[in-house]
Design a protein around this ligand. Structure first.
Ligand SMILES: Cc1cc2nc3c(=O)[nH]c(=O)nc-3n(C[C@H](O)[C@H](O)[C@H](O)COP(=O)(O)O)c2cc1C
Length: 202
C-alpha cells in the first residue's frame, strides 16, 4: 500500500488491524466467557448500520446453555460441530420476513413502503438481503468488541428454522461462534484479491 493510499483511511491503524488486517475467523476459543454486556455493546454499535428503508430485518438468537446447544449441533455440518460445542457463545443470525409490518415505525416519513412487500416471496428476499448485510456488520461488531467471530453457513437451514423459529417465522442465515481465540484458532491467512482483480471503472 502506498503512503497516499494509507493516508486515505480515516480509521487509525490499531482499529484497522482490530477490524480487518489482524482479525481472523476463529476455529477454537479460550474458556473466557462472553457476557451479555459484550452482545449489548455489539448491538449498540451495529444497529446504526444502513439497511433498505431502515428495515433492520436481522434477528439474533443466542445459544449458550448445554441444552440449547444439544438442539443446535445435530443441524450443523459435521466439521462445524466440535468448535460450536465449545465456543463460549453461539449466535444464530436470522432474517425476519415479517419486517414490513414495522416499516411505518422505522420509516415513518413514507409509511406506505410496507406495501412494496405484500408478496411473501419479495418480503423474504428483501429480509434475507438486508439481514445478510447486517450479518456483516455483526461480524465487524464482534471484532470491535475485541472478540473473534467464527461465522458458519454449513448447516441445515430448514432444520434450524424448524427447531428454533417455528413460531417466529425467522429464517436462519448464519451461525456465529464468538469468543477469544484459542491456541491453533486458525491456519495461514488465505489469499485475497488485489485491487485490480475486483475493481473496474467505466
Ligand atoms: C458466510 C460465511 C460462511 C462460512 N461458513 C463456514 C463454515 O460453514 N465452516 C467453517 O469452518 N468456516 C466457515 N466460514 C469461514 C471462512 O472460511 C473464513 O471466514 C474465510 O476463509 C476467511 O478466513 P480469515 O478470516 O481467517 O481470513 C464462513 C465464513 C463466512 C463469512
Amino acid at each position: 500500500m502506498t503512503s497516499a493510499v494509507a493516508a486515505a483511511l480515516a480509521l487509525d491503524t490499531a482499529a484497522q488491524d482490530l477490524l480487518f488486517r489482524a482479525a481472523r475467523t476463529a476455529n477454537s476459543f479460550t474458556d473466557e466467557p462472553v457476557g451479555p454486556e459484550h452482545v449489548q455493546a455489539i448491538h449498540d454499535l451495529i444497529r446504526s448500520g444502513p439497511t433498505a428503508y431502515n428495515s433492520q430485518p436481522l434477528r439474533v438468537l443466542l445459544v449458550r446453555s448445554a441444552a440449547a446447544r444439544t438442539r443446535l449441533l445435530p443441524h450443523l455440518s459435521s466439521g462445524n460441530r466440535d468448535k460450536t460445542a465449545t465456543a463460549p457463545l453461539v449466535a444464530i443470525l436470522a432474517a425476519d420476513p415479517g419486517f414490513p409490518a414495522e416499516l411505518p415505525t422505522l420509516f415513518p416519513h413514507k409509511p406506505w413502503v410496507k406495501d412494496y412487500y405484500t408478496e411473501q416471496s419479495v418480503a423474504e428476499a428483501q429480509a434475507r438481503f438486508n439481514a445478510t448485510l447486517q450479518a456483516g456488520y455483526f461480524i465487524l461488531g464482534v471484532r470491535a468488541a475485541g472478540l473473534a467471530a467464527g461465522p458458519m453457513a454449513g448447516f441445515d437451514n430448514a432444520g434450524v428454522d424448524g427447531e428454533f423459529f417455528a413460531e417466529s417465522g425467522w429464517r436462519s442465515l448464519l451461525v456465529v461462534n464468538i469468543g477469544r481465540p484459542g491456541p491453533d484458532a486458525w491456519s495461514e491467512r488465505l489469499p485475497r484479491w488485489e485491487y485490480a482483480d475486483v475493481v473496474a471503472e467505466v
